[in-house]
Design a protein around this ligand. Structure first.
Ligand SMILES: Cc1ncc(COP(=O)(O)O)c(C=O)c1O
Length: 470
């Protein structure tokens, strides 16, 4: 049964519904991007240097271009030197609905001025959010607990899988990323996780990559069955038979927008069911509209048993969720599920407003539309640039894979770094790359804004090819 709540009443939700011009987020493309000082400019450098004397452990993204951002509006970002960038990164796959959406900002501000935290007591905005979540989530995914980082939502998912099955082991995929706590690290790549070690009972498996398949059919296409046969052997020989769940990203985000073949998830669902293994989708990066569906798994009509949501879930406000199926939800009782910040009123307001905006502005459809346009444009780029080996997109999750040679498919990291830098210097704020360029524009973009960003990347690839003698 779906709980009922009057989700239309501003009074009840606890924030005034905001009237805003739907074009609030549009970039004037005659002015954007606008790079007046080569980034990082002098003011950025000064602030960054002062900060980094104290603030340690910066990401590669910041180290590459240590600009200091002072403002974000819709699809643009501005730094302290006055440069304005077109945003193709959404923070880091986070601000799916652009920077400072008026409705979301008003919702958070309302609760910031009224009630910031009351542990896990119910609030009007939490009740409304629960009703909305059950409404938008597919199938019977109707058991929810809220958290403050994607990592913690993943950890809760792992614990609930153990509690629900009484089993302790996990399967996950090479190069997936699930966060940086010990359980999450144990499900992902260890590269860069110094002084860490995979915990016992966590087993890694290859995931299907259609551009670089490990096992192929006679016609050269990826053989999904061969992957599943390997998984079966790995369970029989590699585990003690106590596998609680298969944990994976529906589309590998950090690993380079690796989209599985269409038959993979339907077959994996059956594979897990036959072995009484739960299917846990880490949708921290792919969920809440990024791929044109509430959950990325819906692209293949498959439902997970457990799902972790984050990043775009509160459009930048630190709010995440572990959501499970009806038959599993009572197990939250067994895992001491609550946390200090999870589900605070500001977090609930940010999420509720985000979900409403996605519906009201028809943004799932827009994400799918933008993905189709991007794929067409990237195919054109591939036809002209020898160093592009593959292009892919599912909604606003996009990737361009650079290779030294299309036959050998040797990854072209140097080119990736150069393309990233050249596009950034032209005013495209995006995600740094190895040989796979990762694109994550906000799903509120229009066609012209999207194409402007892709044109910048096209030019940067062209220049890189020239400089590298291609
Ligand atoms: C798929 C996936 N899971 C989990 C996480 C961890 O989320 P957080 O950084 O919010 O802890 C990330 C972060 O990049 C992610 O991409």
């Amino acid at each position: 049964m779906k709980p009922s709540a009057n989700t239309t009443s501003a009074e009840y939700l606890g924030f005034e519904d905001v009237a805003y011009d739907r074009d609030w987020c549009r970039a004037d493309l005659s002015q954007v991007p606008n790079v007046i000082v080569k980034p990082p400019g002098p003011k950025s450098k000064k602030m960054h240097d002062a900060t980094k004397r104290v603030y340690k452990g910066l990401s590669g993204q910041v180290k590459l271009f240590p600009v200091c951002f002072s403002e974000g509006k819709g699809v643009t970002l501005t730094d302290v030197d006055g440069n304005t960038y077109l945003d193709f990164s959404s923070g880091i796959y986070v601000t799916t609905l652009g920077h400072c959406h008026p409705k979301i900002s008003a919702a958070v501000a309302h609760w910031a001025g009224r009630l910031m935290n009351c542990h896990d007591f119910t609030t009007p905005v939490k009740e409304a959010l629960m009703a909305k979540l059950v409404d938008v989530m597919p199938g019977d995914l109707n058991g929810v607990q809220l958290y403050d980082s994607g990592t913690v939502a993943v950890e809760a998912g792992l614990r609930i899988c153990r509690a629900a099955t009484g089993k302790t082991e996990f399967l996950s995929c090479f190069m997936d990323f699930h966060g940086k706590s010990l359980g999450a690290v144990s499900c992902g790549r260890m590269n860069g996780m110094y002084a860490s070690t995979r915990m016992p009972g966590f087993y890694m498996l290859p995931r299907p990559d259609t551009y670089r398949p490990l096992w192929t059919r006679a016609d050269g296409t990826l053989d999904t069955e061969a992957y599943l046969e390997f998984y079966d052997k790995a369970i029989v020989d590699g585990t003690t038979g106590q596998v609680a769940a298969f944990v994976l990203e529906p589309i590998q985000g950090w690993g380079g927008t690796i989209i599985p073949p269409d038959d993979f998830f339907p077959k994996l669902r059956k594979f897990c069911d036959e072995r009484k293994i739960l299917l846990m989708a880490d949708e921290v990066l792919t969920g809440t509209g990024r791929t044109g569906q509430w959950l990325c798994m819906q692209n293949w009509n498959v439902l997970p048993d457990v799902v972790a949501l984050g990043k775009g879930f509160g459009n930048g406000f630190p709010v995440t969720a572990c959501i499970v199926r009806e038959g599993i939800k009572e197990n939250f009782e067994k895992i001491s599920a609550s946390s200090s910040y999870g589900g605070n009123p500001m977090a609930c307001a940010a999420t509720l407003a985000s979900l409403q905006v996605i519906e009201e502005e028809n943004l799932l459809e827009n994400a799918r539309h933008l993905g189709a346009i991007a794929l067409k444009r990237m195919e054109q780029m591939k036809a002209r640039h020898k160093i592009i080996g593959d292009v892919r997109a599912k909604g606003c999750l996009m990737g361009i894979e650079l290779v030294k040679d299309r036959k050998t498919k040797a990854p072209f990291d140097e080119a990736g770094r150069m393309v990233y830098a050249k596009a950034f210097e032209r005013g495209l704020a995006w995600i740094p790359a190895g040989h796979i360029l990762r694109l994550s524009p906000p799903i509120i973009m229009n066609d012209d804004e999207l194409l402007k960003g892709l044109n910048i990347i096209d030019e940067a690839i062209g220049e890189t090819e020239k400089e590298m003698g291609y």
